[in-house]
Ligand binder design. Structure first.
Ligand code: FIX
Ligand code: ZN
Length: 415
């Protein structure tokens, strides 16, 4: 059997490292949103992934931790996860990769010096700097009309930064109608607790108003693992009667992220969510019953990944993307990316960052590119052994597809 040349591997590594990405799901904000855009050393360290890990060691009462200032929390986490133990976990290593790529000397382990360095930056210059370092071309944000802080900014309006692309997040509407309904009433939409025709049309008016205001890329919800569709719940009815017709009218995909068990340990706040195995029959039913709707999906449980790939083989109105949260670790990114390539070829989006802190795009994309390179080298070498030559232009085309091109083609698809 002919051995692949080291030349091919080097070429792939170079193309993966230099191809710009469209980051299609994050929790970041454009700089105009002020303090809502998190960045800098303290936010990197108090990231909820690290809070969860620190509490593996910390014995202080949860409430005492939450009463501390951000700086104090960061100091506690830094001491526990970086000084008293080696920072081996993916989230810890991420902080170091980020600082290292920003040109900071992590060996010194000196938090005040790091703080001084960050203090010199302004958010808008720093945004450009991080996006350049990470080779991220555009950032899709998560925007909720139910979030009081950001709603006010949307209502005021501003000149758009074209690098930031909003997504309309609707979790409260679908998952806590009891509270979302009264808020809609407060905002002038005549909805009732039961979903009569008038209420449905008012929910659609609400969605249309926010779609006009935001011009979102898609509508999005994270779903608990036990979600069933269709059924008699308000959530299922809202999807069928309001969300899906709205998405068809505005040609917007509906993005679902199944598998999150919220507040498994509420004392950990944002860090307290867990994972569960989803019943993908709900997604299958959505795709099958609504061929004119487009669905984006990333799923949280490792055990659901294979079934999700098979579903994507069956439904062209389903586009799968990214390795999310607990699956965004090298072991699983490698396994999932290989599985997707083997079952779907190149018709998926390899990764999104899910970053909550701007600087994280540096490590999340660096680490992902490293793993994706490893998998692609194996795949193109295997093609070479089968007698197929792939030109650098073809490899670049393929990687552009995995890094946003395939998503854009899906967006452009007319069903
Ligand atoms: O629902 C989501 O979009 C999740 O990404 C978040 O809920 C989660 O807290 C997170 O940041 C995961 O990376
Ligand atoms: Zn997210």
């Amino acid at each position: 059997m002919k051995k692949a040349s080291g030349h091919l591997a080097a070429k792939i590594e170079d193309i993966v490292a230099t191809t710009p990405v469209d980051d299609i799901h994050t929790h970041l904000y454009a700089p105009i949103f002020g303090e809502l855009l998190l960045w800098g050393i303290d936010d990197l360290i108090v990231y909820h992934y690290l809070v969860a890990e620190a509490f593996r060691y910390l014995s202080i009462p949860y409430d005492d931790f939450w009463k501390l200032s951000k700086t104090q929390q960061a100091e506690l986490i830094w001491k526990e996860l970086f000084i008293k133990h080696s920072p081996i976990s993916e989230a810890c290593r991420g902080v170091l990769t980020t600082l290292n790529r920003l040109g900071l000397d992590v060996k010194k382990r000196d938090l005040p010096v790091l703080r001084d360095w960050f203090a010199k930056w302004r958010a808008d210059d720093y945004t450009t700097h991080c996006m350049e370092l990470a080779k991220v071309r555009s950032i899709c944000t998560t925007n909720s009309p139910f979030d009081d802080a950001e709603r006010a900014i949307w209502e005021r309006g501003w000149k758009r930064d074209p690098r930031f692309k909003p997504a309309l997040r609707i979790d409260p509407l679908l998952l806590s109608w009891d509270q979302a309904g009264p808020r809609l009433v407060q905002w002038g939409y005549k909805v009732k607790p039961e979903l009569g025709a008038k209420t449905v049309s008012e929910v659609r008016r609400f969605l249309a108003d926010w779609t006009d205001r935001m011009a979102p890329e898609y509508l999005m919800v994270s779903l608990p693992p036990d979600t069933v569709y269709p059924d008699e719940t308000i959530s299922s009815q809202l999807i069928e009667k309001a969300i899906l017709p709205h998405c068809r009218e505005f040609n917007l995909p509906f993005a679902v992220m199944p598998g999150v068990r919220r507040a498994v340990n509420p004392h950990l706040q944002l860090a307290g969510d867990g994972v569960g195995l989803s019943n993908l029959t709900a997604l299958q039913n959505l795709c099958a019953a609504n061929p004119q709707n487009k669905f984006l999906c990333t799923i949280l449980a490792r055990e659901n990944q294979h079934e999700l790939c098979v579903l994507a083989r069956k439904f062209r109105n389903l586009h799968i993307f990214g390795c999310w949260w607990f699956t965004n670790i090298p072991t699983l990114v490698e396994e999932i990316t290989r599985m997707r390539l083997e079952l779907l070829g190149l018709s998926f989006t390899a990764q999104h960052s899910d970053a909550r802190v701007l600087d994280q795009i540096i490590y999340k994309w660096d680490h992902s590119r490293e793993v994706i390179t490893r998998v692609l080298v194996q795949k193109y070498e295997a093609l070479e052994r089968s007698g197929w030559n792939t030109s650098p232009e073809e490899i670049r085309r393929d990687i552009q597809g995995l890094f946003g091109g395939s998503y854009r083609e899906f967006q452009a698809l007319k069903l």
